[in-house]
Design a protein around this ligand. Structure first.
Ligand code: ZN
Length: 401
């Protein structure tokens, strides 16, 4: 079944710029874009279902390439306590912080995690998201990391959404390994990762490289194992300090290095050479009231592909709107609306290893797109959230989101 979508303008995002096609038409067939271009250049077509998009601007479906959308509990109580003057140390002493999310996630059933994550993903989807990455990392043992990754897979089956799952077992030290970080890394490499990879639950491997998490040497052991298993890697790096995790990620041809507020120019050079995408997370920057800005000028100067994501997580970025992140990328990080849109389409696709199939509107790619009733593409980064009128098409089929 083929469909002709017409009476629209397209921001195809090819090459990381708007790459506008005015007065465009799109033909979709069997889930893919068969033809896209100026309507006037389209030869007469017979037997197509035709959809009038009423002058909409069509963009690729949005891609949220960094989330921790599966977790138990939430931390709004801690948020309130902090604003009532309780210190982080006191909250941590009460068992708060990431430890509380780990406890709640371990205690939750697969069905409970599925139901709560589904609500969060539906919020993202109402914003035009058609592809999302979900990390594990609150289970921190084989049984519970498996549970989280199974939920990620089931969400991809249950929703009109492409889900990529990332194993982030090296997110934090589980309480049973207190003071034995090297032993936990050994457990990840010897048992946890091979088992979960063998079960087909892992699309990529991530780690948290920071003084309060894991050292570059420990991260590298995880990367070596991932390489042995044939899995691509990603890294949380340079969020709170500079350990050159992003350069380490580049040495392992990582799909992405994420956060990056404290990265250096040399890190940017290494990432550009490796094709490692910089994923910026303005929601966490905002929520933590950080002041160190990621080096946008260095990223631009060296041609590092730069993505934006929600970092949806209960501790540092309870972000349910990717479009709000577009605005924050512009207001906080001084990205242009065009860079921001590229950051949630073509560069986000590359950060997930989906660059050849997703993220731009071109013949042969998956027909995931959003037809927005807006004045111009910059509207997507301009409005602070809200529900912009649109229709979302996934695999050539209009979605109810
Ligand atoms: Zn994260």
């Amino acid at each position: 079944m083929a469909t002709l979508w017409q009476h629209c303008h397209v921001a195809s995002m090819v090459g990381g710029s708007y790459s506008i096609i005015e007065n465009a038409a799109i033909i979709t067939r069997a889930g893919l874009i068969e033809w896209i271009g100026p309507r006037a250049e389209l030869a007469p077509q017979a037997g197509l279902e035709t959809v009038d998009l009423a002058g909409a601007w069509v963009t690729p479906g949005l891609i949220d390439c960094h989330t921790h959308a599966v977790f138990g509990g939430n931390r709004s109580g801690e948020f309130e306590q902090r604003l009532q003057g309780v210190s982080y140390a006191e909250i941590a002493a009460q068992g708060g912080g990431i430890a509380s999310t780990v406890r709640a996630t371990r205690a939750a059933s697969e069905e409970q995690l599925l139901a709560s994550a589904r609500q969060r993903l539906e919020a993202l989807m109402r914003d035009g998201v058609t592809t999302v990455e979900i990390k594990s990392g609150y289970g921190l043992d084989l049984v519970n990391e498996r549970k989280m990754l199974r939920v990620a897979r089931r969400l991809g089956d249950a929703l009109p959404l492409t889900v990529r799952s990332t194993c982030l077992a090296a997110h934090a030290l589980p309480p049973e390994y207190a003071g034995r970080a090297d032993d936990y890394i050994q457990h990840i490499c010897d048992e946890l990762l091979p088992a979960l990879a063998g079960e087909g639950l892992v699309d990529a491997v991530d780690a948290f490289c920071e003084h309060l998490a894991f050292s570059p040497a420990q991260v590298e052991r995880v990367f070596i194992k991932a390489r042995e298993l044939g899995l691509p890697v990603k890294l949380h790096a340079e969020q709170l300090s500079s350990l050159h995790g992003s350069s380490l990620a580049a040495r392992y041809q990582a799909l992405s290095a994420d956060h990056l507020e404290f990265m250096t120019e040399d890190d940017a050079i290494a990432m550009a050479a490796a094709g490692t995408v910089a994923v910026l997370l303005p929601g966490a920057f905002y929520f933590l009231r950080e002041t160190q800005l990621p080096p946008m000028d260095a990223l631009r100067r060296h041609g590092v592909k730069t993505a934006l994501a929600s970092d949806l997580n209960p501790g540092t970025s309870p972000g349910l709107s990717l479009r709000l992140m577009l605005n924050m990328g512009c207001t906080l990080f001084r990205m242009t609306p065009e860079e921001a849109l590229a950051g949630v389409t073509t560069h986000a696709a590359t950060a997930l290893g989906l660059g050849s199939t997703h993220g731009t509107l071109e013949a042969g790619k998956v027909a995931d797109f959003v037809a927005w009733q807006i004045e111009r593409p910059a509207d997507l980064a301009y409005w602070l959230g809200g529900d912009l009128p649109k229709r979302v098409v996934r695999g050539g089929v209009q979605s109810t989101f």
